[in-house]
Design a protein around this ligand. Sequence first.
Ligand code: FAD
Length: 307
Amino acid sequence: APLKLGGNEGITWYRPVSLQNLLELKANFPDAKLLVGNTEVGIEMRLKRLQYPVLISAAQVPELNALNVNDNGIEVGSALRLSELLRLFRKVVKERPAHETSACKAFIEQLKWFAGTQIRNVACIGGNICTASPISDLNPLWMASRAEFRIINCNGDARSIPAKDFFLGYRKVDMGSNEILLSVFLPWTRPLEYVKEFKQAHRRDDDIAIVNGGMRVFLEEKGQQLFVSDASIVYGGVAPLSLRARNTEELLIGKNWNKCLLQDALKVIQSDVLIKEGAPGGMVEFRKSLTLSFFFKFFLWVTHHVN
Ligand code: FAD
């Protein structure tokens, strides 16, 4: 049943149980904070002392917990917990043809090193996406793997936006105060399309990344050669937002996949991903070298897979 609870600190907490109900609340309280796991908002309220008088728990809205596997890919509701997402990916990897699940495998690997079990059990996909942290472990992967975000407004009108265009700036996304994230669509990968995750942290377990990333190439055969038909190179932890290395992507597209291309790409990445001296996060030289070594690893990994 829907709930409304009033607290003694002037906070009202709503728990709608239908999308309609959630959208009505969002229309009445445009500044209300949506919650699922509360792993971001809880920190903002307790440690940063931010005040949100109206909180709406979206955890019990069925439409936001939907799972749909079809011929084109996977559609998951924004309130799906990360541990449920991990379970779903592991299931489809067993059931679907191997070439379709390259992105799913990358997500599985990245989710293994995402926080700890307790956080993964409560934190949801939408909370990570909408917080738009520049060091989100998943956003570079959504962007690289051609995911689409479905946004719905208070009138029930929905629109889709490619993940790669959703992040606009530091914790800023292309979503109005009358909109919420409904679901995420992840397309299957095609034969000769490869997606890989990257994360370097101080500790392997339960640690925030120093630099992370998501990379994808879609190769095509021309005679004996392989050339790049499409590519995504995305880094986290190098800018105020998850960053597409656009010049590197452009350089790759249309070129033969060989060692010369590797050398050229490594040069372009250095001018594409600029981390200024004194940039937040420090460790500038280390982070720069990580951006190069991730691509180097990606090149070797893809080359190993096609041969
Ligand atoms: P909540 O706190 O419930 O909500 C977060 C924000 O998202 C709110 O502003 C809310 O309004 C908005 N929101 C939620 N759902 C929607 C929706 N459907 N539509 C519109 N807006 C919405 N992150 C990483 O990337 N990697 C890590 O390794 C990692 N480790 C962590 C470790 C710890 C100890 C903690 C506390 C956090 C960590 N995080 C990490 C960050 C965090 O866990 C994730 O971002 C998580 O996915 C947030 O989900 P949530 O459900 O808890 O969000």
